[in-house]
Design a protein around this ligand. Sequence first.
Ligand SMILES: Nc1ncnc2c1ncn2[C@@H]1O[C@H](COP(=O)(O)OP(=O)(O)OP(=O)(O)O)[C@@H](O)[C@H]1O
Ligand SMILES: [Mg+2]
Length: 356
Amino acid sequence: MHEDELEAVEDAHLRSLTAAEADGDERAVEAALRPKTLGEVVGQQRVRDQLGLVLEAARRRGRAPDHVLLSGPPGLGKTTLAMIIAAEMTAPLRLTSGPAITHAGDLAAILSGMNEGDVLFVDEIHRMSRPAEEMLYMAMEDFRVDVVIGKGPGATAIPLEIPPFTLVGATTRAGLLPGPLRDRFGFTGHLEFYEPDELDLIVQRSAGLLGVEATAEGTAEIASRSRGTPRIANRLLRRVRDYAQVRAQGVVDAVCASAALELYEVDRLGLDRLDRGVLDVLCRRFGGGPVGLSTLAVAVGEERETVEEVAEPFLVRNGFLARTPRGRVATPAAWAHLGLVPPAGTIAGDVSLFDE
Ligand SMILES: Nc1ncnc2c1ncn2[C@@H]1O[C@H](COP(=O)(O)OP(=O)(O)OP(=O)(O)O)[C@@H](O)[C@H]1O
Ligand SMILES: [Mg+2]
């Protein structure tokens, strides 16, 4: 392999360590680390309390709970909560996803097989086809669908009753859901990024489940680099465990965790190589900006989309970079994180730019 090809592959690998999305093999590992009851869920206090109430009330009435929509960025626990809803109701869970439902008929087939009280989990519900969506409105509200038999003028719609069930929808893009669909959910839980102490508890719990010996300082070190995301916390723990087994007698302590994450180029605040590359170019080459996205991307040697969709959301959320009408700007925090002092008269000193 050519050297820059090798580097590209390595890049992709390094980036995936801090990606919030799961990759293929990860799903199996994640299943083992998923909390099984509401009580085991760490953090998300508000959603947990609200959902607990919805489920308890439904149990007392002896009815299926209202439909639930779970929204929030990847890796924060939507699938986990969907599974918990079914478990807490001791109801069977059926799993499908928006992209898997390409025709209304696909949905009709699923719905007609439901029993009373079943939980239907539709992941990525914002990616369902239009006709399926319309069928779903009716099923959610009236527990009925019209199944169309035949084609053209001879087609007939046969109404089909569906036993009361609970739909749990998950989406990373709640804004893309059509209003009528959103309105038919009785409860919407919005998941927030986790605090470091919550992530610490998650890492401790996962270490226990994986049989990894870890000190308090070790788990705290992993938590603080996990970008507010349990999936990333669990992934970093697995990489640190590798390092501990090969180079540090198997114990995850602070020294081992920081050495391992240094090796994987995940820094103290969870920034990876791409994130730092963007800030570095912005500060050192463009004096902190403002600089247009395309120019920035070329200077970093990445695609525009990669910079905009992979690096920027985290940098913006954590106050390292601002998107202004005139271009991208490094904040004072970015300069400080790189150990640099913004030159006098640069935009980093101009606070008025940062209130929007
Ligand atoms: N509150 C939590 N407590 C403990 N572990 C959690 C919590 N939330 C998520 N996790 C862990 O993080 C991993 C990812 O969670 P999950 O698959 O539920 O995320 P998701 O929101 O469905 O992500 P996606 O949008 O990619 O589908 C799971 O393996 C789970 O173990
Ligand atoms: Mg999920």
